[in-house]
Ligand binder design. Structure first.
Ligand code: IPE
Ligand code: IPE
Ligand code: MG
Length: 270
């Protein structure tokens, strides 16, 4: 049974600690360039940051961490960089999964994996199976992921599953087919590296997410920088379309009035 909820269908309960943090890990190349190192040195250092941020999320009780590792547009990079990135991904899977598993981390990979080498795909499948029952932190790596790809693959699968409802599909019909159907929508989105754009990350799921952009390059992002992002998140007033006055009167109408329910559904792949 997969549990999902939509911020446009219900008013979600908000907590001082975000349940779901999603990040675009940007700035590896510039970090390396500043040090006269090859770009791949920045990517290697970026893997260390991933380790530190996973640890920080575990310590803070964050339940979902989603990291953009490779976009569907990153194939446009020089062949050598793409191939080194794939090698790094393989190495990280080989080296980190046992420790992740010990720490109660469930690893999920989202994206179109069909273009990846069989070795990488096998490692991903193995890692997902090994950690499938862990529930302390769900770490999702978005690899060959694109927000548009995600919405389209969900629409295509929905149209096959429910042709009879064609022309009348709603959000609840689509939700179980989106690749992150197992997670609540991100509360906090972080992009390092100074760019203020989404670059085709989670387009559907970021509808009501709070955004935090920082100039810090990903290899220099650390637990203290994460805390700054969380502090910024805590200062936000999450109105979900309402007015401030309504919010003061009744911060969680979804619960007190019973208007909104969590939509529970069975995922088609489950
Ligand atoms: C992000 O860092 C990592 C990937 C996209 C794989 P970049 O490689 O984009 O670093 P910059 O933006 O060139 O500094
Ligand atoms: C976004 O970073 C993708 C990842 C971090 C995986 P890019 O560096 O590829 O984004 P653009 O090209 O600057 O928008
Ligand atoms: Mg970049």
């Amino acid at each position: 049974m997969a549990l999902f909820s939509s911020s446009t269908q219900i008013i979600p309960e908000t907590h001082p600690m975000p349940r779901h943090v999603a990040a675009i890990m940007d700035g590896n190349g510039r970090w390396a360039k500043k040090r006269f190192l090859p770009r791949v040195a920045g990517h290697s250092r970026g893997v260390e940051t991933v380790r530190e941020i996973v640890r920080a999320c575990l310590e803070r009780g964050i339940e979902y961490l989603t990291l953009f590792a490779f976009s569907s547009e990153n194939w446009r990079r020089p062949q050598e960089e793409v191939s080194l990135l794939m090698q790094l991904f393989v190495k990280a899977l080989e080296q980190e999964v046992t420790k992740l598993d010990k720490n109660g981390v469930r690893l999920c990979v989202v994206g179109d994996l069909s273009l990846f080498e069989p070795r990488l795909r096998a490692l991903v499948a193995e890692a997902q199976a090994k950690t499938a029952t862990n529930s302390r932190l769900t770490l999702t790596i978005a690899a060959n992921y694109g927000g548009r790809w995600d919405i389209l693959q969900a629409m295509n699968r929905l149209s096959v599953a429910h042709p009879e409802k064609s022309g009348h599909w709603n959000e609840e019909d689509l939700a179980p087919f989106l690749s992150m159907h197992y997670a609540p929508e991100p509360d906090l989105f972080i992009r390092t590296g100074g760019e203020a754009r989404i670059s085709n990350f989670l387009l559907w799921q970021l509808a009501y997410t709070e955004f935090h952009f920082t100039d810090t390059l990903w290899p220099e992002f650390d637990a203290a920088a994460l805390d700054q992002a969380i502090a910024s998140y805590r200062r936000r007033e999450r109105r979900f379309g309402r007015t401030s006055e309504q919010l003061l009167e009744d911060p969680h109408p979804s619960i007190s009035s019973g208007v909104a329910e969590v939509v529970a559904g069975v995922h088609p792949d489950a």
